[in-house]
Write a protein that binds this ligand. Structure first.
Ligand SMILES: Cc1cc2nc3c(=O)[nH]c(=O)nc-3n(C[C@H](O)[C@H](O)[C@H](O)COP(=O)(O)O)c2cc1C
Length: 319
């Protein structure tokens, strides 16, 4: 059995989970490889019996995951499992992604999600899910990886009753309303992402280009390509990563980030707290920091006011 675990990860949570899943899968499969989605081609899939596909939740799925299944050639029943990491509202991910994987011809043999810390300009710092994924999550991920490899082998051997039914579409009402409202807002709710070439030190720094989810930035092109000058960053559902990681302040949000954050301070508090209280009661959420310590009045960019807001290596560590 050969397994390929593919992931997208912006702030590192999904990457950790992907590697733990792979570790577990190695206990039940001869070969297990891990690759960032950026480095995967459809031809590669042909060399594997089982694919894992992991991503952060961005309302539903980020545009690179969407592109992966929408453009995939028919997979003729190849086994796949799906996993994600998320903050408070994971509800739309599997209902959107799993039927689309099926449509691309995959047989979906399992799915699992984990809480992860949230790093976004206007979100509380620390966030409710700070500390996740922790060692307990990663141990669960190892168990899930082993289970998926074992299940896949048994299904190929004929035990087709092990293929799970598609999960029910039981999205929590609060999450559904909040997410639909956000999606109905025109454009990227983080604001317009603007680049000032005078403050940019390209080619000494290529962080925004190297880390853009969808290769929307190409400063080597003539004229230079910067995604937000068109409308194409809007499909990223609040992505502002280039702004977060730019070391010089050449990338900013309009309106200004502090002005932009102010109206949101405290606004989503009851919504998030109700959803997480319920998840904790159901045994889905393990709280690692007490609710009183959540930084609702200190959004991420206020808590980390120095540029870059989030440090990424000059050359990304990619699988
Ligand atoms: C653009 C963006 C949108 C997000 N949308 C959601 C969301 O709708 N629901 C949720 O629970 N978490 C959301 N999050 C939080 C991430 O899913 C969470 O932090 C995840 O663990 C990040 O994974 P990564 O570190 O692998 O990038 C969002 C994060 C970003 C950056």
């Amino acid at each position: 059995m050969k397994v390929l675990v593919i992931y997208f990860s912006q702030s590192g949570n999904t990457r950790k989970v992907a590697h733990s899943i792979a570790e577990g899968a190695r206990e039940a499969a001869e070969q297990v490889d891990v690759k960032s989605i950026k480095n995967v081609t459809y031809d590669m899939l042909e060399n594997y019996d089982l694919i894992g596909l992991g991503s952060p939740v961005w309302k539903a799925d980020p545009p690179n995951i969407r592109k992966f299944y929408k453009e995939a050639p028919d997979q003729n029943g190849k086994h796949i499992f799906s996993f994600c990491t998320h903050g408070t509202m994971p509800g739309f991910y599997f209902p959107v992604v799993l039927p689309n994987l099926k449509k691309a011809g995959f047989t979906v043999i399992g799915s699992r999600r984990w809480y992860g810390n949230v790093v976004m300009p206007g979100m509380p710092e620390p966030y409710y899910t700070a500390g996740h994924p922790d060692e307990i999550d990663l141990e669960e991920a190892r168990g899930f990886g082993r289970e998926m490899a074992e299940r896949s082998r048994r299904i190929y051997e004929g035990e087709t009753q092990l293929i799970p039914p598609m999960p029910e579409n039981n999205v929590n009402q609060d999450q559904a309303v909040a997410i639909v409202n956000m999606l109905l807002e025109y454009g990227n709710p983080q604001g317009k992402i603007v680049r000032d070439p005078r403050k940019c030190i390209y080619p000494k720094c290529t962080r925004c280009m190297d880390n853009c989810t969808m290769d929307y930035i190409d400063l080597s092109a003539d004229p230079q390509k910067f995604g937000s000058e068109g409308k194409c960053c809007n499909d990223n559902h609040e992505c502002a990563w280039c702004f977060m990681i730019c070391p010089t302040g050449a990338i900013r949000l309009e309106p200004d980030i502090m002005e932009h954050i102010k109206p949101f301070i405290g606004v989503r508090k009851p919504l998030f707290e109700n959803i997480l209280d319920e998840a904790e009661k159901n045994g889905e959420f393990r709280r690692l920091i007490p609710v009183e310590e959540v930084g609702f009045d200190t959004p991420y960019c206020l808590a980390h006011p120095k540029r870059p807001y989030f440090k990424v290596p000059a050359k990304p560590k990619e699988d």
